[in-house]
Design a protein around this ligand. Structure first.
Ligand code: HSE
Length: 322
C-alpha cells in the first residue's frame, strides 16, 4: 500500500441541481442534502445499504461503487480487490437531484483516500465526467458551490463560484421517478439557431449573475428553450412552475437536472416563503394532487468532503460537550 493509505474512509457528497434552466449539461449547484460512502479494505466484498433512500441497489461487486473504486485503484496502479462498502443517502434516487453523481464522486473520493490520495481532484473530476457523460452534476458534487463546466469526451474544465450569501432554494420532489435516459430521449437531436442563441445568452447572464451576486436578474436569466419545453410533458405542473413561480416569491425556477424535481431560487431574506410553498405543492401535485415533498435546501459551498477518523473523533467529542 502507498504512503498515506488508510484502512477505512468516509466521504460526504452533496446533492446537486444541474442545468439551472439554460445551462443544459453545463451549469450546476451543490445543495445541502448529502450522501455518505464508506470504504474499507476487506477479505470479502460486501455492500451495506443504510437508510430508505439507498435501497434497491446491488449488494455485490456489480454495484456501481465497487467498479468505480476499482477504476481509481487501476489508474493508481494499486490492487485492492475486496472492499467493505457502506452507503447512506438522504438524496432521493432518479429525481434530478444528483444521486448518481454523488455516488460516483463519493466512490472516487473515498477510493482515492483509501490509497493515500494519489490522484488530484481534477483527475477525479475527469473520471467522474467520463462516467456520467456530462459534467454539470459531478462538478458541483465534487467542488461545491456553483460550477460552470465543460466535458469534450477527454478533457473536463470547470470554474467554481461561491453561491451568493442570500440565495436559498425550495425543491418540490414528486413521488414518481424519472430516469435521466428517458428525459434525454425526449429531447430533439437539433435545435434552431434562435433557440441556441436564446440559451447561450441566458446561460452567460446566469453565470455572470452568480459571479456578481445579482439575484435580481435570475427570472429572465433562468429561461430555457432547449430542454425544459420538451421535458414538460413528462413532468405535470412544470410549465406552471416555470411560468408563475416568480409571481409567488421565487427569484426564478427550473427543472432540477433531468427532473422530475422542480427547483425555485429564493432570496432567503424575502418574506413570501409560505406562499411559494403552497404554490409549488399545488402546481407540482398536478390536477389529482399527487404527493410532493418540499425541502428548503441552501446551496452547499462544500463538495466532496473526506471525513477522517480524527475528524470523526472531534465530532464525537463536540457531541459529548453539547
Ligand atoms: N444535464 C443533464 C440532463 C443532467 O439534463 O439530462 C442530468 O443529470
Amino acid at each position: 500500500m502507498p504512503a498515506g493509505a488508510r484502512e477505512r474512509v468516509r466521504a460526504r457528497v452533496p446533492a446537486t441541481s444541474a442545468n439551472l434552466g439554460p445551462g443544459f449539461d453545463a451549469l450546476g449547484i451543490a445543495l445541502s442534502l448529502y450522501a455518505w460512502i464508506e470504504l474499507a479494505q476487506a477479505d470479502t466484498t460486501t455492500v451495506s445499504l443504510v437508510g430508505a433512500r439507498s435501497q434497491g441497489l446491488p449488494t455485490d461487486k456489480s454495484n456501481l461503487l465497487y467498479g468505480i473504486a476499482q477504476r481509481v485503484f487501476d489508474e493508481a496502479g494499486v490492487s485492492v480487490p475486496e472492499l467493505d462498502i457502506a452507503v447512506y443517502s438522504d438524496i432521493p434516487l432518479a429525481r434530478g437531484l444528483g444521486s448518481s453523481a454523488a455516488a460516483i464522486v463519493g466512490a472516487l473520493g473515498a477510493a482515492n483516500a483509501l490509497i493515500g490520495e494519489p490522484l488530484p481532484r481534477d483527475e477525479l473530476f475527469r473520471i467522474a465526467a467520463s462516467i456520467e457523460g456530462h459534467p454539470d452534476n459531478v462538478g458541483p458534487a465534487l467542488y461545491g458551490g456553483f460550477v460552470a463546466a465543460t466535458w469534450d469526451g477527454e478533457r473536463a474544465e470547470h470554474i467554481r463560484l461561491d453561491p451568493p450569501p442570500r440565495l436559498t432554494t425550495l425543491v418540490a420532489i414528486p413521488a414518481y421517478e424519472l430516469l435521466t435516459s428517458k428525459a434525454r430521449a425526449a429531447l430533439p437531436e437539433q435545435v434552431s439557431r434562435a433557440d441556441a442563441v436564446f440559451n447561450l445568452s441566458r446561460a452567460a447572464l446566469l453565470t455572470a449573475a452568480f459571479a456578481a451576486g445579482r439575484l435580481d436578474v435570475l427570472r429572465g436569466a433562468m429561461a430555457d428553450r432547449i430542454h425544459q419545453p420538451y421535458r414538460a410533458p413528462l413532468v405535470p405542473g412544470l410549465e406552471r412552475v416555470l411560468r408563475e413561480a416568480a409571481d409567488h416569491g421565487a427569484l426564478g425556477a427550473a427543472l432540477s437536472g433531468a427532473g422530475p424535481t422542480a427547483i425555485a431560487f429564493v432570496d432567503d431574506e424575502a418574506g413570501r416563503k409560505a406562499e411559494l410553498e403552497a404554490f409549488m405543492r399545488e402546481a407540482m401535485g398536478g390536477p389529482e394532487g399527487g404527493a410532493v415533498e418540499l425541502l428548503w435546501l441552501a446551496p452547499s459551498a462544500i463538495g466532496l468532503e473526506l471525513e477522517t477518523p480524527a475528524a470523526r473523533l472531534a465530532d464525537e467529542r463536540r457531541g459529548d460537550a453539547s
